[in-house]
Design a protein around this ligand. Structure first.
Ligand code: ADP
Length: 483
């Protein structure tokens, strides 16, 4: 079988640039797809930090004027990823976060920046780089979502296209005035095109014109076709439900391997689970908490945003932080939440530890040392931290939404009796239900044999990319345009 060539298009890719789960997915999927006979190249923006990590690169295409400045495409292989890098300094060579300036405000030219990304992808899709003409263009999230639209409005032969929604909340909305600047034809400004409440939505363009739409869990694929979870797109998603499917994310199991993780204090495995205790002590020390082996240690690794429901956790703390309960939180995001969690840690330093910021090493230690990981999201397309938790023997306590519902088996009486439980679910997402779930978890934490079996169950769940890669490969074969 000849390999299917796929051009993935994304604004983030681990380990080069990451603000969330999107980067984990785009960084891990190409490797997993190789085993399925899929050859992936990923087109990414040439942010300064990414260029700095690039090493040797070949210029494969050049344009003197691409969205207001000169641009070139570099071809490079880094960290086992085959990349095309859109090197356009006027758009991307800026320090820090890919989307916002240092004062937290969106870059004013984001429409132009990511239109350039989508249009470049369409050009490569249509043969601009003869050494790699893809059968499929796979766009991830709104930043890449104009690629299917540019392909649609072009008259030349085009590859198949897939749009993956990692989070419907990010829609790439811009004023109508941007339309001509981004290079889409006037005719695209209709309800069946990119028009969205009087403006433009990049995400809508992708949803409208891609041959297939995927999202990152089966439950989220259902949820977004209705009401609130659809965030304004439920109508179009229902209309396209025949091409919409949910494919669960995996995690990179070599990056997240408790038996060989250089980021944690003491590696451990299913057969040496007792060694995990060393990580718990290290974690408690790291956060200045009393290093008590018997304390019920809850962990959180998260963006701090409304989506993640951590305001509910704050409200719950007085109800669950009884003696013998500790909590550590690593996160950054909304300044209100940052301040409130920091204040909580200050007032109860023996029980609450908070680190505001982004720290990959600490994220691993929290997974390796916490007894349970809390993910109380109001909505969650897939969620990755609960998958890491399963693999690291931290029992997930999650809301019953999206991918959380699909990946955690609640420790109800039947599941415990059948020895299949892997965590705790609660719903609807309210403060009392979260409180109840934490209490339930604390009670079972005292039942050591059951707790140990749940840890073992979680650690044997296949959270790798293996199954999902097969699903993506099937989809690619369905839409691939022959050579
Ligand atoms: P989202 O993409 O919505 O932020 P996910 O659960 O899908 O949520 O993915 C989050 C990813 O980012 C995980 O790999 C998690 O470990 C990581 N992460 C989130 N916040 C932090 C942080 N403050 N420090 C380190 N890693 C973090």
């Amino acid at each position: 079988m000849t390999p299917v060539r796929v051009l993935a298009v994304a604004s983030e890719i681990y380990p080069l640039v990451k603000t969330g789960g999107l980067a984990d997915v785009t960084g891990a999927l190409p490797g997993a797809l190789q085993a399925e006979g899929i050859e992936t190249r990923t087109l990414v923006p040439g942010y300064q930090q990414l260029l700095d990590m690039l090493g040797e690169a070949d210029e494969v295409l050049k344009s003197p004027n691409w969205y207001g400045g000169s641009a070139r495409i570099l071809s490079a292989s880094v960290a086992e990823l085959d990349l095309f890098v859109l090197d356009a300094p006027h758009l991307f060579a800026r320090p820090g976060n890919p989307y916002v300036s240092s004062d937290g405000v969106d870059w004013p030219d984001n429409a132009r920046r990511f239109a350039a990304l989508g249009r470049t992808a369409a050009a490569i899709g249509q043969g601009a780089i003869p050494a790699f003409v893809p059968h499929v263009v796979h766009a991830h999230d709104w930043q890449a979502a104009l690629a299917p639209a540019f392909l649609h409005y072009s008259l030349r032969p085009r590859p198949g296209s897939i749009m993956t929604v990692h989070n419907l909340a990010y829609q790439g909305k811009f004023p109508l005035e941007m339309l001509s600047e981004i290079g889409l034809p006037q005719e695209s400004f209709t309800i069946d095109g990119v028009e969205y409440y009087g403006g433009i939505s990049f995400l809508k363009a992708g949803l409208q014109f891609a041959d297939r739409i995927t999202t990152v869990s089966p439950t989220y694929a259902r949820e977004i076709q209705q009401g609130e979870a659809g965030m304004g797109f439920d109508g179009i998603l229902r209309a396209r439900s025949n091409v919409l499917s949910g494919i669960l994310n995996g995690i990179d199991i070599s990056e997240w391997d408790p038996a060989a993780d250089p980021r944690i204090t003491q590696p451990f495995s299913l057969t040496t689970l007792a060694d995990r205790a060393t990580n718990k002590t290290a974690l408690q020390r790291r956060f200045g908490l009393p290093p008590s082996p018997d304390a019920f240690l809850l962990g959180v690794v998260s963006r701090l945003s409304w989506q993640k429901g951590l305001d509910l956790l704050l409200e719950t703390l007085p109800h669950v932080l009884t003696e013998g309960v500790q909590i550590v939180l690593l996160g950054s995001g909304d300044s209100d939440l940052q301040e409130q969690f920091s204040a909580a840690a200050k007032s109860q330093p023996q029980q609450i530890g908070v680190f505001i910021g982004y720290d990959e090493n600490l994220a691993h230690l929290i997974q390796a040392g916490s007894d349970a990981l809390i993910v109380p999201s109001r909505f969650e397309p897939c969620g990755l931290t609960q998958l890491c938790a399963l693999r690291y023997g931290a029992i997930p306590i999650v809301s019953r939404v999206g991918g959380l519902a699909d990946t955690v088996i609640d420790a109800n009486t039947a599941a415990i009796a059948e020895n299949v439980a892997t965590g705790f679910q609660f719903g609807p997402v309210t403060r009392p239900n979260l409180t109840e779930a934490i209490r339930r978890a604390k009670a079972l934490f005292q039942d050591k044999p059951v707790w140990l079996r749940m840890q073992q169950n979680g650690m044997t769940v296949d959270v790798s990319w293996h199954n999902s890669a097969r699903h993506y490969a099937d989809l690619y074969r369905q839409v691939a345009k022959p050579d």
